[in-house]
Design a protein around this ligand. Structure first.
Ligand code: ASP
Length: 334
């Protein structure tokens, strides 16, 4: 029988109400006990590295989850992480970079309603996640939620209340779960398993910030950020517009890049990605050496990948090399 390690970290799924708002109190073992038929799928073990609202999840916690998986990797066939939904997409992306080419599935799930709610989505999400983690054709980091399997670098929390909380950004869902069946879309390559070990990484640089352009945002923001940040992910307008009325943005952005810091350009439009070459208001940035283009990547994946790349290397050319190499389907190859 398969052996799966359940790594419980908190979130709504584990939360109960004590009069001051929902907060996680239940353990992974207590949660699994509420889900019928799990024992027909696998043998489950449990670890609980933390029990927190995912609002409080930080890069150091991603590293701890990755270390937990690394320590248990050989002993298990797959891993299911119970996690709050609010920052699940960031953790899924971070784990995609911290644990690369894992032939064993690493699944993140949670729920919109606590297990204690009679109408909860928690039971089915846990069942589906364990089912997916037990399947021969599953591998790498994915989010399993609301009957969908979404690549760990493509998940985005789109809805605050519906059970269908997550969308796959600019990339198809990897699979769907219908009852007891995993439906993989035609053409999905089946997992080739060779017994190779994944690549684990242990360093992240947390000094990464996302700035969303809004009308009249002052370019002097870049000066203010120098003390605390090494990288800015700039969410531009549309397919890649940056205000050009007086040249001050270009000056601030070029100064930032020329000082050896990292600038990633993306779009604040949720779907279809960036192309700086289309409009005059983006053109100058398309050719500027040192500016990294987010293309079709999600902002969550950009944050995690930038932290990971800057945790490995410093030279801007090396950072770009790591940034542009596709990992866990995070970007389309051009
Ligand atoms: N605030 C909760 C969390 O992210 C929300 C949830 O799990 O749905 O931990």
């Amino acid at each position: 029988m398969r052996r799966i390690l359940m790594i419980a970290t908190g979130g709504t799924i584990a939360s109960t109400e004590d009069g001051s708002g929902l907060a996680p109190t239940m353990t992974g073992r207590e949660l699994a006990r509420q889900v019928p038929l799990l024992d027909t799928l696998c043998e489950l073990d449990f670890v609980q590295p933390m029990n927190i609202d995912s609002t409080n999840m930080r890069p150091r916690d991603w590293l701890e989850i990755a270390r937990t998986i690394r320590g248990a990797y050989d002993a298990y066939d797959g891993f299911v992480i119970l996690h709050g939904t609010d920052t699940m997409a960031y953790t899924a992306a971070a784990l995609s970079y911290l644990i690369q080419d894992s032939e064993k599935p690493i699944v993140l799930t949670g729920s919109q309603q606590p297990m204690a709610n009679p109408f909860t989505d928690a039971k089915l999400n846990i069942y589906h996640s364990v089912l997916y983690a037990c399947d021969d054709d599953s591998r790498d980091v994915n989010v399993v939620f609301g009957g969908k399997v979404i690549c760990g670098t493509r998940a985005h929390k789109q809805r605050t209340m519906s059970f269908n909380a997550f969308t796959s950004m600019n990339y198809p869902s990897v699979a769907y779960i219908r009852g007891d069946r995993i439906v993989r879309p035609a053409g999905t390559p089946l997992a080739r398993k060779t017994g190779a070990a994944p690549r684990f990484y242990e360093d992240l640089n947390e000094r990464v910030i996302v700035i969303k352009l809004t009308p009249e945002l002052r370019p002097s923001i870049f000066d203010l950020l120098r003390r605390d940040y090494d990288a800015v992910i700039l969410e531009t307008f549309g397919i890649g517009g940056i205000p050009a009325y007086d040249g001050s943005y270009q000056e601030a952005i070029f100064d930032w890049v020329d000082s050896g810091r990292t600038l990633v350009v993306t779009t604040q439009v949720p779907e279809e990605g960036l192309d700086l070459g289309v409009y005059e208001v983006g053109h100058a940035y398309a050719e500027k050496e040192g500016i990294l283009k987010g293309d079709d990547m999600s902002t969550e994946a950009l944050v995690a990948k930038t932290m990971w790349a800057l945790g490995q290397v410093h030279d801007p050319i090396e950072v770009a090399r790591l940034f542009y190499a596709p990992i866990n389907h995070d970007r389309v190859t051009r």
